[in-house]
Design a protein around this ligand. Structure first.
Ligand SMILES: CSC[C@@H](O)[C@@H](O)C(=O)COP(=O)(O)O
Ligand SMILES: [Zn+2]
Length: 247
């Protein structure tokens, strides 16, 4: 069998549905049904050890094929250069503009998967926070908070009474310019698994595909709930620290 450097297509050819080159298209097709990657916006990237799998830019994310996927080697990237080198580049495309943001989750957090959505709920939450002059989404005393890990490298998930905090960064005209702000938010909130982008969407990551996907689902649930709570005049943060029986 030819080595990957002789036949780069080998890097995206597998009969295993769990192979990243198969998973990115199948996940994005599911995400499209949720309104997360509509109109070419949003996307998903997976890291398998040193290899990173990336979608093309500006394509209908729900219609991608494994042959459309880019592959790069993390250790072969020159950190000081914005220019990246790819082990495999499909013809006719450019790699996703979200690539430097996905790479930040892989290199700074050791994530195995990063999802970017343009979910209405995420955008609406950033607008409600903007009206309050706030740059952090905070919610507590909701069961779904337990769907989040305590932080990269920490064991276990948040508890029902814990407060989930997701920082918000301002949008920029060019996606790649978000990177420095995303990285700054990661520094300021070392335990966060997500960063909201004002009037744009959210980046969510996890140790692996399962965790990134379930955390993204939990977050979208909480964003929708928060918008609906706001419409009902209910606060997201309970002033009583612990709702429920005290032990
Ligand atoms: C609908 S344009 C959205 C892009 O600017 C960007 O925010 C995005 O989410 C997807 O970028 P892409 O380069 O197509 O992967
Ligand atoms: Zn986007």
């Amino acid at each position: 069998m030819a080595a990957a450097h002789e036949n780069p297509d080998q890097l995206v050819t597998s009969s295993d549905p769990e192979h990243p080159a198969n998973l990115i298209p199948s996940l994005c097709a599911k995400f499209w049904t949720l309104g997360w990657v509509t109109g070419t916006g949003g996307g998903c990237s997976i890291r398998n050890d040193n290899l990173v799998y990336i979608a093309p830019s500006g394509v209908q994310k729900e219609l991608m094929k494994p042959a459309d996927i880019y592959v790069l080697s993390l250790k072969d990237q020159e950190p000081s250069l914005k220019q990246r080198t790819y082990l495999r580049s499909p013809p006719l495309y450019k790699p996703s503009q979200c690539t430097p943001l996905f790479l930040a989750a892989f290199t700074r957090r050791g994530a195995g998967c990063c999802i970017h959505t343009h979910s209405h709920w995420a955008v609406l939450v950033t607008l409600l926070l903007e009206a309050k002059g706030s740059s952090v989404f905070e919610i507590n005393n909701i069961e779904q908070i337990k769907g989040f890990g305590k932080g990269m490298g920490k064991v276990g998930n948040l508890g029902y009474h814990d407060t989930l905090r997701i920082p918000v960064i301002e949008n920029t005209p060019h996606e790649e310019d978000l990177t420095e702000y995303l990285e700054a938010a990661m520094e300021e909130y070392p335990d966060t698994y997500a960063v909201l982008v004002r009037r744009h969407g959210v980046y969510v990551w996890g140790d692996n595909v399962h965790k990134a996907k379930t955390q993204c689902e939990s977050l979208d649930y909480l964003f929708q709930l928060a918008v609906e709570m706001h419409q009902l005049g209910l606060p997201w943060i309970s002033s009583i620290a612990q709702i429920g029986p005290q032990r």
